[in-house]
Each structure stands twice: as C-alpha cells, then as structure tokens.
Design a protein around this ligand. Structure first.
Ligand SMILES: NC(=O)c1ccc[n+]([C@@H]2O[C@H](COP(=O)([O-])OP(=O)(O)OC[C@H]3O[C@@H](n4cnc5c(N)ncnc54)[C@H](OP(=O)(O)O)[C@@H]3O)[C@@H](O)[C@H]2O)c1
Length: 298
C-alpha cells in the first residue's frame, strides 16, 4: 500500500525524515544469494514487499504468517519471477506454534541465515475504551513479544552452533520516546521485545550472531491505514522500508533509526515536563479512530 498521490512536499519530507535505504542492488545479490531468510508477517505490507525483493536478489525466503492463501499468492509471485519461496502458515501468537514452525523449518532446511522479525499487531485505543478489553493487552503481548521470543529461542541453538546468524527486528520509533496516549497496548508489547532482543544481543554477539533493531516511524500499510491522518504525514512506502531492511542485511548495524529520533530522545531527557505537557495536549486534541471505535464493539 503506497501513497503516490501525496503532495510533492510530503514526498520530499518523507525522503529527508526517514532512514536511508540500500541504493546498490548488486550488493544485495552478493549478500543474500542462496541464503535462507525467514520472514515473519510475509503475507502483507513490509514483510510481503521485502520477501519479494530478497527472493529477486537470490535468497531462499521462508514465509510465515497466518493467511495461508495470501502467503501462497506471495510465493506464487516469487516463483513466477524465478525466485525460491516456501510457505509456513502459522499463528505466531501461540508460542507452541512458533516453536513448532521453527523446528519444522530447521528440519526441512537445516538452518536459517537471517530472521526478519516483522509480524506484528498494532492497537491505538484510549484506556477509557479499553476498560473491558484486557484481551487487547494479551494479544499484543502474544504476537509482538512472546511469539517472537519463542521463535528465536528455538532458532538460536542452530545459529550458535554455526557461529553465524543475523536477527533483524522491526521495532517502532515510539519505543525510544516517552509513550504517547492511546498506545499502551502496542508500545508496551513492542518495547518488551525491543528490550529483550537488545539484552540478548549482548550475549549472542560472542557467538557470532548479529542483531539489528529498526525503528520506523510511519509506513503506509494496512496497519497504519485505520488512522487516516497517518497516511497524510511523511512516511515510508513498503518499498522504502524494504530498502532499509536490505541495508540492514548488508551493513549489520546495531540500530537503524530516523535521524530526528536522536534529537527527540535528547529533548525528552533535557525537557521532560514540556514533553509530557505536549503529549497530554496531543491526546486531548486527538480522538480514537472510527476503526478503533468500531472494532472495540466486537
Ligand atoms: N505500518 C507502520 O506505520 C509501522 C510503523 C512502525 C513499525 N511497524 C512494524 O512493522 C511490522 C510490519 O507491519 P506492517 O505495517 O507491514 O503491517 P501489516 O501490513 O498489517 O502486516 C503485518 C503482518 O504480520 C502478520 N501477523 C499478524 N499477526 C500474526 C500472527 N498472530 N501470526 C503470524 N503472523 C501475524 C500479518 O499476517 P496475517 O494477518 O496473515 O497473519 C502480516 O503479514 C510490525 O511489526 C509493525 O509493528 C509498522
């Protein structure tokens, strides 16, 4: 889901405000040709686009998500274009399924070179509307934290034995900033995995395993679409996001963030009270989206 109709000024701002992506496709081929790359959330959005790019560059992509028909369609597109793709329809919010799919993949392919932890669920809903919705907090923790933890726990022994591997996490810019209103379920769960991986990273670096955490702001996908103002702001297309992931694969940096995020972090440390007041002001000014109100009725 890209946004070609945006005004030129927004498109220019998008280029300036978002992390730089890979600009030399030949480098990608050299880095991923014949590599086994497991991509979670490969049925839509960032995961789908990245799977297609990596397969085109010669990777063998292992596609995980719940929607079997959509995964099959992505794999068919890849195979028609001459690429290699295998599908693993799985609900990663169930830890036992996350473990089973990791074991199946290792049994069928022997190892995994790169894991792109990308599957996720976003909820933007005020706490007043969440009072009877404990399930919002359970399901975001299940897919954004516990499922990926179990998946990676099951893959780590093989990576450690081979002294090689790269885990790339699609985090979110919000986990580096003071949390804004309406994001309690999403931010807490994304923050939990972000912290988990950064702690684990210190240990597995000694075993030859790299991690990269990517902190995107807005990406134009079905995830951000229910909050319509997001698609009017500068952001990344799924293609832009894929190029950022491709750069992560080649350069293996510890962290990829938009340049302005560092300034935001310093500001929030130096001026905590005005930043808090600003967040309260934004909360008062904004509303729960129609989509959030409607889905809370079910
Ligand atoms: N869009 C943004 O503005 C934005 C900004 C910052 C970070 N991110 C992060 O980027 C990542 C990708 O998001 P996106 O924007 O590409 O969203 P998306 O288009 O909604 O894709 C989410 C993917 O996750 C999969 N998924 C969801 N629940 C799952 C489950 N229980 N088990 C297995 N797979 C599951 C979905 O597939 P199925 O429904 O088929 O299972 C889908 O393939 C997420 O981690 C998100 O937090 C997005």
């Amino acid at each position: 889901m890209n946004n070609p109709k945006q005004p030129l000024i927004i498109r220019l701002a998008s280029k300036l405000l978002n992390p730089r992506g890979l600009d030399k496709p030949q480098k990608l081929h050299d880095a991923v040709n014949n590599k086994l790359i497991l991509i979670t959330g490969a049925s839509f959005g960032i995961g789908e686009e990245t799977a297609k790019h990596l397969a085109k560059a010669g990777a063998i992509v292992l596609l995980v998500a719940r929607s079997a028909d959509k995964l099959q369609a992505v794999a068919d597109d890849i195979q028609k274009a001459g690429g290699r793709a295998f599908i693993y329809p799985t609900d990663l919010s169930k830890p036992e399924h996350a473990k089973a799919v990791a074991e199946q993949i290792l049994a069928e392919h022997g190892h995994v070179d790169i894991v792109l932890n990308n599957a996720g669920k976003s909820i933007r809903r005020s706490i007043a509307m969440s009072e009877n919705r404990f399930q919002d907090f359970e399901r975001t923790m299940a897919i954004n934290y516990l499922g990926p933890v179990q998946l990676i726990l099951a893959l780590l022994p093989s990576m450690r034995a081979r002294k090689s591997g790269h885990i790339i996490n699609i985090s979110t810019w919000g986990v580096k900033m003071p949390a804004g209103g309406r994001w309690a379920a999403y931010q807490a769960s994304k923050g939990a995995f972000d912290t988990w991986l950064r702690s684990v990273s210190v240990e597995i670096k000694q075993d030859g395993i790299a991690t990269t955490s990517i902190y995107p702001a807005i990406v134009y996908t079905r995830m951000s679409a229910p909050t319509p103002w997001m698609h009017k702001l500068p952001g990344m297309t799924t293609e832009d996001a894929s190029h950022v992931i491709e750069r992560a694969i080649i350069e293996k940096p510890y962290d990829i963030s938009p340049e302005w995020l560092g300034i935001g972090q310093v500001t929030s440390v130096l001026f905590p009270t005005p930043v808090r007041k600003y967040l309260e002001f934004v909360f008062k000014l904004s509303k729960d989206s129609e989509a959030s109100i409607n889905s809370a009725k079910h």
